[in-house]
Design a protein around this ligand. Structure first.
Ligand code: ATR
Length: 263
């Protein structure tokens, strides 16, 4: 039976096995999908398992989306542009890294009919998924992207690629229409993003890439202040749909039942 894994650390929160195993069953595909917590030193071996066809595909999550790159034989153009890989597969004896986060984020905005044209965006974080979000935003015609990250150097590295980014000190706030949390802050119960939201007008959109918990403190606070909120659930579902297509050549259906099983 073919085997697929999502690798990351932490990994307990991941709903990828639930979603992929549901779609595998729905589409009568004989395969199994599981999650695996790994450390940095294990990346090489697990990618070798893909080469040896002991494993048939991998999803990659926090904090390995950039770290897997040196171990792959090939990258798709999207993976090269973002230097971020969330989907790994083997083709013609080569282990290839691809990126379905760009498509996942883009499809989630379309699902919610969010028009980003001429909007000012404030991104928090400069981790593995951030470059995918920047790319998707640029394709949607936003007017300005501000970015803030605890480690300023990582924000500056992104600015080297996207020269029109404006960097904001971590903890400071700027004027925006949409704020997107791309950090892993919020995965743990005690996590909090310390930003003073009190002087902002309400009715902004707060988007958190995190989908489990379904309402992070960041979103909870924003909602209480009268803002609209979206979590990362639809982005998660659509990136998974695109990975599934790569591995099985079937585009599984995104419908209410799929959305419900992840609750
Ligand atoms: P991945 O690459 O898989 O997305 P990552 O590179 O570890 O994972 O990215 C995590 C993001 O969350 C980074 O922007 C990280 O900020 P740093 O670059 O300063 O590490 C951010 N992050 C994680 N824990 C944080 C914390 N306690 N406070 C502020 N930012 C945090």
């Amino acid at each position: 039976m073919k085997k697929y894994f999502v690798i990351g650390d932490p990994i307990d929160h991941s709903l990828s096995p639930k979603l992929h195993n549901y779609w595998l069953k729905e589409n009568n595909i004989q395969a199994i999908y599981d999650k695996k917590k790994i450390n940095k030193d294990e990346i090489k071996n697990i990618i070798k398992d893909v080469k040896d066809e002991k494993i048939h595909g991998l999803n990659v999550t926090v904090p390995f989306k950039n770290l897997v790159l040196p171990f792959l034989d090939q990258l798709t153009p999207k993976a090269i542009m973002t230097q971020s890989v969330n989907t790994i597969f083997k083709e013609a004896d080569e282990v290839i890294g691809d990126n379905t986060d760009i498509g996942g984020f883009d499809l989630s905005l379309k699902y919610f009919s969010e028009d980003l044209k001429n909007k000012k965006i404030f991104i928090l974080g400069a981790g593995g998924v951030t470059s995918s979000i920047i790319l998707a935003l640029k394709n949607s015609g936003v007017s300005k992207i501000f970015l803030s990250n605890r480690t300023k150097e990582k924000a500056e590295n992104l600015k080297k690629i996207h020269k029109d980014l404006e960097i904001i000190e971590w903890g400071r706030i700027t004027d925006f229409d949409i704020i997107i949390n791309t950090t892993s802050l919020g995965l743990k119960e005690e996590d909090e993003i310390k930003l003073d939201l009190s002087k902002l007008n309400s009715n902004k959109l707060f988007y958190d890439v995190i989908y489990n918990p379904d309402k992070t403190k960041f979103l909870e606070k924003a909602e209480k202040l009268g803002n609209r909120i979206l979590n990362g659930k639809m982005m998660f579902i659509y990136q998974a749909q695109l990975s599934f297509k790569i591995w099985h050549d079937v585009l599984p259906e995104v419908n209410d039942k799929v959305i419900k099983i992840l609750n």
